[in-house]
Write a protein that binds this ligand. Structure first.
Ligand code: 6MZ
Length: 360
């Protein structure tokens, strides 16, 4: 569906290391293989496999991190991921990543995140706005350097979310929140809780998430990726600004979600490939869409699941019989759920208004 590609779209749930191009990942793995640091053939087999269980996905992430946790590589993959989203007309991207520390190579959570920001600065195919200058704040150096001048180039707004990995301790989670606060002027907009859902306890992360809230940082949570009802209830009681997935909700959880109107980031291909949801026919997208609950279509891990945001729109349109105009409205509604401020919302409204005129 060509129109899924050409219409403007908003991506709110994309993990940096899950969105790497296969070709880049294979190239990086090949180089490490040549150095004798990994066995390339084993790596290649895992990368090219499809339909992985959730458990296998997290094993794959450990492999991916093995080849990508390096400042230069982090900058490179950030640049490529942004270019790929921009190429399919994503006009606003909230890219999330877990700040990593690796003493062996002198990497701190801060230097990792700075490498991500450097990747944003390196993008050439499109103008990247990643600071708050167009959101009504004072001009920043980044504003003057590249993004805010009235050039004819295509433009993408990129904001960052820092992820807390469920393997982390309370202290490590608080460190990530503090880093997010420190880097707000470089486009960090909020925090995410992600990682293997069978690891870690909600209570471990709550102090860090409460701290984020006190400091005015919005929070999105991976919620209900496994049937842990106590945790789902706890997360919904926290009333995060958004949640991702919501695969294993029962009647009570749906009731609570709908009454609180927490927007849900829906990742169709990811949910099906990991077998979290058995088929699109029974996917909760349809009920949430028909009941007008706030939702946004997202990719989750475009590289790992061989998808793109356009493909997710195309999939939803054909699986649930939703026409072009309605899909356009679905994309546009996501403006209300972004973590960036009113200035960006206004600019995006203008972008969608202009695109609406060309819709028929
Ligand atoms: C939970 C996920 C995820 O942060 O290294 N991640 N967490 N559920 C998912 N659904 C399949 N997909 C990705 O990107 C990779 C990390 O994002 C989280 C995991 O913690 C994974 O290690 P970054 O850029």
């Amino acid at each position: 569906m060509e129109w899924c590609l050409t219409m403007p779209k908003i991506e709110l749930h994309a993990h940096l290391n899950g969105s790497i191009r296969d070709s880049t990942l294979l190239g990086l793995a090949k180089a490490l293989g040549d150095e004798g640091k990994i066995v390339f053939s084993e790596f290649e087999h895992v990368i090219l496999k499809h339909d992985r269980s959730l458990r296998e996905v997290f094993k794959l992430f450990d492999l991916i991190h093995l080849v990508t946790t390096d400042h230069e590589i982090v900058s490179r993959i950030t640049k490529e991921v942004v270019e790929d989203f921009a190429a399919e007309n994503v006009v606003y991207l909230e890219l999330r990543t877990t700040p990593k520390r690796n003493d062996l190579i002198g990497m701190s959570k801060r230097s990792y995140t700075e490498a991500v920001v450097n990747g944003l600065r390196a993008v050439r195919t499109v103008d990247v706005d990643f600071s708050s200058c167009t959101a009504g704040g004072p001009p920043t150096p980044d504003c003057r350097n590249n993004s805010c001048a009235g050039t004819a180039k295509k433009k993408i707004y990129v904001r960052l979310l820092l992820s807390i990995d469920r393997r982390e301790s309370t202290e490590a989670a608080i460190e990530t929140v503090k880093l997010a606060l420190d880097m707000r002027n470089l486009g960090v907009m909020g925090v995410d809780l992600s990682g293997n859902p069978i690891i870690g306890e909600w209570g471990t992360f709550l102090p860090a998430l409460k701290f984020a809230r006190e400091q005015g940082l919005p929070v999105t949570l991976h919620c209900g990726e496994v049937p842990n009802m106590e945790e789902i209830q706890g997360m919904l009681d926290f009333i995060p600004e958004r949640i991702g997935h919501a695969c294993f909700f029962g009647e009570e959880e749906w009731k609570k979600l709908k009454s609180t109107k927490i927007p849900v980031e829906i990742c169709l291909t990811s949910n099906i490939q990991t077998n979290s949801i058995s088929s699109l026919e029974v996917h909760h997208f349809e009920d949430l869409y028909r009941s007008k609950h706030p939702i946004v279509l997202c990719t989750d891990d475009a590289g790992v699941f061989s998808t793109s945001l356009s493909k997710e729109y195309s999939l939803a349109s054909s699986a649930f019989g939703i026409g072009k105009k309605e899909m356009f409205h679905l994309a546009r509604n996501a403006i209300d759920f972004i973590f960036a401020g009113d200035g960006v919302k206004k600019a995006l409204t203008h972008t969608f208004d202009s695109a609406a005129k060309k819709l028929d």
